[in-house]
Design a protein around this ligand. Structure first.
Ligand code: ADP
Ligand code: MG
Length: 699
């Protein structure tokens, strides 16, 4: 350690311009010390260093472009929008604004010069920029020079501008010159990444010099970023190991399963568990009979029957007089679980309650009471379960379904909801379920605190879903096919997708599709479900579909996770090329659940690029979630395998478990080294990356 004062102990108020009230704003970002500011790394960069000729625009990379307004119109359509056409010597492009003022419209007079910055996308009129940032150039004035280096963009909070954050980081970087942060990794690591010091890497990443290689920085593959990402992954790994070690020291209730009860449950089912289900259930029951908390991840492809495994686990708890909390990511799924568990557990004498956002205040109060008094044996819920007021009398087991939709913190917060703690606290066992196929090494790092069981077999009698690619030009044929299927007593999903990730637009598209289909298929009962409906309507529609009153269900991708209607045997997916393969796989998993032959029609838009076609072909060839995930990775590049970054489940600043997967072996190796030779460095390492993330690090 150096003799200079450590920035880890220097409060943010030591920085110029930071008073007490500003410090409070910074606290919202968990920035308390100057070291915290140093480790507050850019999320991404804006490249405003070159002006791209309009003729060279390609979708999905941010650009600066300049041009003259040649047209400006308000266009009616599904939504009213202002469309501004810009031209330079190489071509023309449309800017589209859904929200705009009269003044804005007036600004874009024909002949005006505009510089704008945004993400080109494939839109209605070819390449378009939606809501770009823009700047009008005064007549006769020259364009200002473009930026000389990349602009960092930091995670921020309300009332804190990027400019102000940049001022702070630049002060912190300057201070670091005299008090560099401690090098906590073996010296070998800097050499491996070709980086002189940690301080150098930090400074570079905050303020990339002019000559920095832009594509590498934008992709996050620059050696300085990789050096930091490595340390972050290592710290994460060590933190999870530590939390696992701590959990092993804790006390959990012993919950040996009552074999008579289990047998009664199996006897009530119309089928018997697969070998894979039985094996995983045995793993779980073995864990549950121990006085330390179980921490187990069950991975099983869509349709492999994870719900049954969860039920068998729950039986061990309720059979011993302990409660179970089951968290599901959506209300639709929570509702479905409630029905299943009621059907399974009520005959055995157990009471199932549910807790979701839409309950009335009165219902909620009653449910909370039942939970607190232990009258509810199993509680199914959405995120509402994590709320502060929820207290269990004797919580013995926590089950999280579709883990990737939740954060590590949410899972861990349920641990502390147990009132049944006298002198010595008692912690619940934890069971986490996911359909996301994660390669084993990745899983070892992403979920280093969990043991892993895999359900590697589907229930018998499933015929693989026959998947076909059909162009939208043949829509009429597909509609006929839907009619035939419904008249033959089958049920059908019609799924609408959208380019933009907006549930509002998706809902509008689904509504439009439903009314078109009602016109073409007047003899069918057609339902509609999307994220914009209130939960009562959603629930009612799902129930009617389950009961067979609705034959054709038009939906957005809200039905993606978990929904189970075995009689549904045909799924039409509009514009499947807009979705990732993993998501298509999840969607397709909604059919092929009964023993009728099922079909999935990928109704693609015209024309389809070669790459897009190649991707969709993968769906025809295979049903194996692992193969699909790997193909997705190969064709699209890293992106959405874990599905966690968007929801922030892993909360990395810089690391990307997919992009940086190649470093995982080195992470494991270095962790071992530290455990063997340098245990004293482990705490400070975790501290500087995760100090303020409560549940990662205790004590
Ligand atoms: P997922 O793993 O995707 O959550 P589910 O638990 O929803 O799968 O189960 C999918 C369907 O398979 C359900 O209809 C369920 O009743 C059925 N199922 C589960 N286990 C078996 C089994 N061993 N034999 C036959 N059908 C089963
Ligand atoms: Mg499920």
């Amino acid at each position: 350690m150096s003799a200079a004062p450590s920035l880890a102990n220097l409060p943010v108020t030591a920085l110029k311009g930071v008073g007490d009230s500003f410090a409070q704003t910074l606290a919202k970002l968990n920035l308390f010390t100057v070291q915290d500011v140093l480790f507050h790394l850019p999320l991404r960069y804006l490249d405003r260093t070159t002006v791209v000729p309009i003729g060279d625009l390609a979708p999905n990379t941010s650009v600066v472009l300049e041009g003259t307004v040649v047209r400006c119109d308000v266009v009616m359509g599904r939504r009213r929008s202002l469309v501004v056409t810009l031209r330079d010597e190489t071509g023309q492009v449309n800017l589209r604004f859904y929200h705009f003022t009269g003044a804005q419209k007036a600004q874009f007079a024909v002949g005006a010069e505009v510089r704008c910055f945004g993400d080109p996308r494939l839109g209605a009129s070819g390449i378009e920029l939606y809501h770009p940032e823009y700047e009008l150039i005064q007549p006769g004035a020259a364009y200002k020079p473009v930026d000389q280096s990349l602009t960092p963009v930091y995670p921020t909070t309300e009332g804190l501008s990027q400019a102000r954050l940049r001022k702070l980081t630049s002060q912190a970087v300057a201070l670091m010159r005299t008090s560099p942060p401690a090098e906590l990794l073996p010296a070998e690591i800097n050499r491996r990444f070709g980086v002189e010091t940690l301080a150098h890497a930090l400074a570079y990443v905050h303020f990339p010099p002019k000559e920095a290689p832009i594509p590498a920085l934008v992709a996050g593959t620059h050696p300085c970023q990789q050096r930091l990402a490595f340390e972050e992954m290592l710290a994460h790994h060590l933190a999870l190991q530590e939390s696992r070690e701590q959990a092993r020291q804790e006390t959990a209730p012993r919950l040996p399963v009552d074999s008579k009860l289990l047998q009664d449950f199996y006897d009530s089912l119309p089928f018997s568990p697969t070998n894979a289900q039985q094996r995983v259930i045995r793993d779980i029951h073995a864990d549950l009979s121990q006085p330390q908390p179980m921490l187990r991840l069950v991975q099983g492809d869509v349709g492999s029957g994870k719900t049954l495994v969860a039920a068998a686990a729950a039986l061990a708890a309720v059979g011993n007089g302990w409660q179970v909390a089951l968290a599901a990511p959506t209300e639709i799924l929570a509702e479905q679980h409630k029905r299943n568990f009621e059907r399974w557990l009520a005959p055995l004498g157990f009471q199932v309650a549910w807790l979701v956002g839409k309950l009335t205040a009165k219902q909620k109060e009653k449910t909370l009471e039942q939970i607190a008094h232990g009258e509810a044996h199993l509680v199914v819920g959405t995120h509402a379960l994590f709320q502060e007021q929820v207290r269990f009398a004797k919580l013995g087991l926590v089950i999280i379904d579709e883990q990737h939709r939740f954060g590590v913190h949410q899972r861990l917060s349920l641990r502390d909801k147990n009132a049944a703690s006298g002198a010595a606290p008692i912690f619940p066992h934890q069971l986490v379920m996911t359909a996301t196929p994660i390669p084993r090494t990745l899983a070892m790092t992403a979920y280093a605190d969990l043991d892993l069981s895999v359900i590697d077999e589907l229930p018998p009698g499933r015929t693989p879903v026959n998947t076909v690619l059909i162009s939208q030009q043949r829509r009429a044929d597909v509609i006929e096919r839907v009619r035939d299927a419904c008249l033959a007593g089958r049920q059908v999903y019609w799924v609408c997708t959208l380019v933009e990730d907006s549930e509002t637009l998706a809902a509008a598209a689904a509504e439009e599709m439903a009314s078109r289909l009602r016109q073409s298929l007047p003899e069918l009962q057609i339902g509609l479900i999307h994220g914009r409906l209130n939960s009562r309507d959603k629930e009612q529609t799902m129930a009617q579909f389950k009961d067979g009153h609705i034959q054709l269900l038009v939906a957005t991708t809200v039905i993606e996770v978990g929904v189970d209607v075995p009689n549904a045997s045909l799924m039409i997916i509009e514009n499947p090329e807009r979705l990732g393969l993993a998501q298509l796989h999840q969607l397709r998993g909604r059919v092929g659940r009964g023993n009728i032959e099922s079909h999935c029609v990928l109704l693609y838009g015209h024309p389809l690029s070669k790459v897009a076609k190649e991707r969709l072909q993968v769906m025809r060839r295979t049903h194996d979630g692992f193969v699909i995930a790997e193909e997705d990775l190969r064709i699209r590049g890293p992106g959405e395998l874990l599905g966690t970054r968007q929801t922030g489940a892993l909360q990395f600043r810089l690391a990307d478990l997919e992009r940086d997967a190649h470093m995982i072996p080195l992470v494991h190796e270095t962790a071992e080294l530290l455990h063997t030779y340098n245990q004293a460095l482990i705490r400070p390492l975790i501290q500087r990356w995760f100090a303020h993330q409560q549940h990662y690090v205790k004590g």
